[in-house]
Design a protein around this ligand. Structure first.
Ligand code: AHR
Length: 632
């Protein structure tokens, strides 16, 4: 049916087409987006996270000025049973400068001159008398960036806080806490946050990383991961209830990517982040089985059990129902009240839930998926359930997964493409003839195996096809989103960072150019390439969309080949008003890429385009051009 005001067939595009997928992989959460600067703050690291790790990993026993004493890790009187380990300092002689512990941060602590940092710690004064304590931010050679002193104020666990100001910048500070008299005290949950977090949320996010994600204007955020959600055995399944409430009471666990999850960035923080950036939340819940039904055979410390016993499925499903209540329920409901208690009485407007990720099509998966699916549909028809298929479009779990999803009429199915640039160019027609009567598509993870301009352009070409098929492809998100350069266990990623700064890849700019230039209507037959008809050149791609909110028409013209091409824009089919054109181009050599030292090799630049140029528009070799103008 024609969509007014155009007199030719146009297609509605999903309002949620381009979003982001956040996975706690490559230190994306702890040591990344989560702004905590103290690593292993609650002494819960263990050998099951990574071989050789323990409660004191990343901590050093500190004795300054010839003091001596002992340090032990204990569990008999924790702050909370969920956070069992803490450190006990038994100081026989504080020497000149005290005895205590030092935290090395995530590869050092980055401090910025003039900024403030919020310190907090739980201390149990075991001695009868108040204990003088000193907290210092210093360098490895003794340079002091900030210091403050206080006395403990009684026995039992108490939280001590202070704001510390810093007069010099460094990227390699450590935090030292020492007691300065003969005494015994217990320490736990030692924390340091920059005062400035994203939107100044408490327990917040690193401002530059969060803002860079926000700048993508994502329509949704899928979280907290793919494989991470399922874990490598049923005991490692991500349980959202473990990740809410006071951070010191949350249940931490091993990260499937061989490190630790403090879950300080938990479901409450994810929901808040979505709200802060105007994106819809898309939490993913394991389908009651472990990652690809792996049973943990490939990661240390696993239980080996692949699927939850059926006897546990009822309470497992109840947890998912409770998640919906936590997000959307009234404050008078059990879980809505917990949301309100956390500081958010208003609902989070949860609309989507993902069940499963890249699951193998075993009976174990299918039976549990169906149990969850049936129950959610019956109790919450308003929630759109996103199902899953196997990891590769060439694998059998992909086709079997689609058959299964179509049989159940799962509304949306998540499929993943980690393929070559050539694959993305050759698959431009993938969804053109896709049945509109069956399950719709969410491309939850895709990337063309590199961060060069050619990779980004192949993704851009593919994204024009997603706009063209935005009636059936409901959502899409590049993956993975973030990687800490010192702890990268997956490549490529959209954004790389270290403690100091970050780099947006060429792929990031493609995502951004599409996302901030989305439309709600696809208009066909507007752009044709002169070379196109004869050569059927898959390096050329284009789309034309209209955004009814602004009235703008947006053209995207991709040339992923080595020679310039002429694009002909049929303006007579559009009711163009005025002649103001905004246009951006991303171009360069195909192997150009951004790096932390050279972050601006490939960046979009504004270009001058006139309406009259569009009759015969020269699209440069290796380029994405986005052209925006108003039309009625
Ligand atoms: O994005 C990295 C991983 O790739 C995800 O965890 C998983 O879903 C996929 O295999």
């Amino acid at each position: 049916t024609p969509v007014a005001p155009f007199s030719h067939p146009a297609k509605r595009i999903s309002a949620d087409l381009f979003g982001v997928f956040f996975e706690d992989l490559s230190y994306a959460a702890d040591g990344g987006l989560y702004a905590e600067l103290i690593q292993n703050r609650s002494f819960e690291y263990s050998a099951s996270d990574r071989k050789g790790w323990n409660s004191l990993t990343n901590w050093e026993y500190t004795t300054e000025g010839f003091g001596y004493g002992t340090i032990s890790v204990e569990t008999s009187q924790p702050i909370n049973a969920n956070n069992p380990h803490y450190v006990v300092l038994n100081i026989d002689d504080p020497g000149q400068n005290g005895v205590g512990i030092t935290n090395l941060g995530y590869d050092g602590i980055r401090l910025k001159k003039g900024e403030r940092y919020n310190f907090s710690a739980y201390i149990n004064q075991i001695s009868s008398k108040a204990i003088p304590v000193e907290v210092k931010l210093c360098g490895r050679k003794g340079e002091v960036y900030s210091v403050f002193k206080f006395n403990t104020s009684g026995r039992g666990w108490r939280k001590y806080t202070s704001s510390m100001s810093v007069k010099r910048s460094t990227d390699s500070a450590v935090l030292t806490l020492v007691a300065r008299q003969k005494s015994k005290l217990a320490l736990d949950e030692i924390s340091l946050f920059p005062q400035e977090t994203f939107k100044n949320e408490a327990n917040g996010l690193r401002a530059d990383l969060a803002q860079t994600i926000a700048d993508l204007k994502p329509k949704f955020v899928r979280f907290p991961g793919g494989c991470l959600v399922h874990g490598d055995g049923v005991n490692n399944i991500y349980r959202w209830k473990n990740t809410i409430g006071p951070v010191e009471n949350r249940i931490q666990q091993r990260n499937i990517w061989s490190y630790h999850q403090s879950v300080g960035l938990g479901f409450y923080e994810y929901f808040r982040f979505c709200e802060d950036i105007g994106a819809k939340p898309l939490p993913v819940i394991a389908a009651g089985v472990s990652c690809q039904n792996s049973g943990g055979t490939w990661v240390i410390g696993s239980t080996g059990q692949k699927a939850l016993p059926f006897t546990e499925m009822k309470s497992y499903i109840q947890d998912i129902l409770d998640l919906i209540e936590y997000a959307n329920g009234p404050v008078t409901s059990t879980w809505g009240a917990k949301r309100a208690a956390a500081g958010h009485p208003k609902p989070f407007h949860l609309q989507y839930i993902g069940i499963g990720n890249e699951d193998k099509q075993t009976d174990a998966f299918r039976s549990r998926f169906k149990m969850i699916y049936d129950e959610l549909r019956a109790k919450h028809p308003e929630i759109t359930i996103v199902g899953t298929v196997g990891p590769s479009p060439n694998g059998e779990d992909y086709n079997l997964g689609w058959d299964f999803a179509n049989r159940l009429a799962v509304p949306v199915v998540d499929e993943h493409f980690y393929e070559t640039p050539r694959w993305f160019l050759d698959n431009n027609n993938r969804y053109d003839n896709y049945s509109r009567a069956r399950s719709h598509v969410y491309i939850g993870e895709y990337a063309s195996q590199g961060t060069k301009l050619i990779n980004a352009l192949s993704e851009a070409a593919f994204m024009t096809s997603l706009e063209r098929n935005g009636d059936v492809v409901k959502m899409a998100s590049y993956a993975p989103l973030l990687a800490n350069l010192n702890h990268t266990s997956w490549n490529p990623n959209l954004i790389y960072f270290n403690n100091d700064t970050l780099v947006r890849t060429a792929n990031y700019y493609v995502q951004q150019l599409f996302s901030v230039n989305e439309g709600d209507t696809y208009i066909p037959n507007i752009i044709s390439f002169e070379r196109d008809q004869s050569a059927k050149d898959s390096t050329l791609a284009s789309s034309c969309v209209r955004d009814s909110k602004t009235g703008d028409v947006i053209l995207k013209i991709v040339n992923a080949g080595p020679t310039a091409a002429v694009a002909k824009v049929n303006l007579s089919l559009l009711n163009v008003t005025g002649d103001l054109i905004v246009s951006k181009i991303l171009t360069g050599n195909p192997n150009d890429q951004n790096s932390i030292d050279h972050p601006a090799v490939v960046i979009p630049i504004s270009t001058r385009v006139k309406l009259t140029d569009l009759d015969s528009f020269l699209s440069p070799a290796y380029s994405l051009t986005v052209i925006r103008f108003s039309a009625k």
